[in-house]
Write a protein that binds this ligand. Structure first.
Ligand SMILES: NC(=O)c1ccc[n+]([C@@H]2O[C@H](COP(=O)([O-])OP(=O)(O)OC[C@H]3O[C@@H](n4cnc5c(N)ncnc54)[C@H](OP(=O)(O)O)[C@@H]3O)[C@@H](O)[C@H]2O)c1
Length: 212
């Protein structure tokens, strides 16, 4: 199968890329990114500081499935508008391009608590993306709703180290749904949802990705 991967330079996306390149069921990975990826014979990496401009580039298509681990934080984005563009608008640009080209499967990393009715801007944005993706009518839509994602970042986020420490300490006594979620577990589920898609909308909560 041909996979189009969004967010391939990120914590979850890097693992999806690694697993997909090693998976004999995946013939080709197309990855639009802002920063170049290491070359690989199965990888088509298109680079543009504004990846929206790449959505219509036929070098990315056709794709049997799109996996999306794209996203930012309000702090990194710098404004609500910039955050919404990365976490809502960009995934939808590629989702629409995918539907126009007959792609049947979309797999998304969303968030625990995502809801279009949330009082929190971050969770409302995630919920609106889920809602707008569902409206596009992919035959298979997989939504992972992780809790705190654990893994090593190239640029560690200081604000996350306290959460990580607390969740690590309490992990064994917390209910599974409240534990940290290793990035690898989410990446494996995302890839599997694209390689062996199931019909309809499937939402998977954080307990499924819980670490120890
Ligand atoms: N981290 C958590 O604890 C947590 C918890 C629940 C849900 N989530 C969600 O899970 C998803 C994956 O999280 P993660 O921690 O793996 O994210 P991450 O490490 O921050 O990676 C995000 C990816 O999105 C790309 N990106 C961000 N803004 C972009 C833009 N404007 N244009 C193009 N690419 C852009 C980044 O590219 P660059 O490398 O170019 O920046 C990177 O590839 C995100 O949607 C996040 O909101 C995260």
């Amino acid at each position: 199968m041909n996979l189009l991967l969004l967010g391939a330079t990120g914590l979850v996306g890097r693992h999806v890329l690694e697993f997909a390149l090693a998976d004999p069921r995946v013939r080709r990975v197309a990855a639009p990114t802002r920063r170049p990826l290491a070359a690989h014979e199965k990888l088509a990496n298109l680079v543009d500081p504004d990846i929206a401009r790449l959505a219509g580039d036929e070098a990315l298509w056709p794709a049997d499935a799109v996996a999306c681990a794209l996203g930012t934080t309000l702090r990194q984005a710098g404004s609500r508008e910039a955050f919404r563009r990365a976490d809502h608008d960009l995934p939808l640009v590629f989702a629409r391009a995918a539907r126009e080209r007959g792609t049947g499967t979309f797999a998304l990393v969303s968030s625990i608590g995502a809801s279009p009715r949330s009082a929190f801007f971050y969770l409302r944005t995630k919920g609106e993306l889920e809602r707008d993706l569902a409206a596009l009518g992919f035959p298979s839509l997989f939504v992972a709703r992780p809790n705190f994602i654990e893994g090593s970042r190239s640029e560690p986020r200081r604000s996350e180290s306290l959460t990580r420490g607390i969740l690590r300490g309490l992990g064994p006594v917390l209910p599974r749904g409240m534990r940290a979620n290793p990035a690898e577990a989410i990446a494996r589920a995302l890839l599997e949802a694209t390689v062996t898609p199931s019909a309809g909308v499937r939402i998977v909560g954080s307990a499924a990705f819980a670490g120890g």
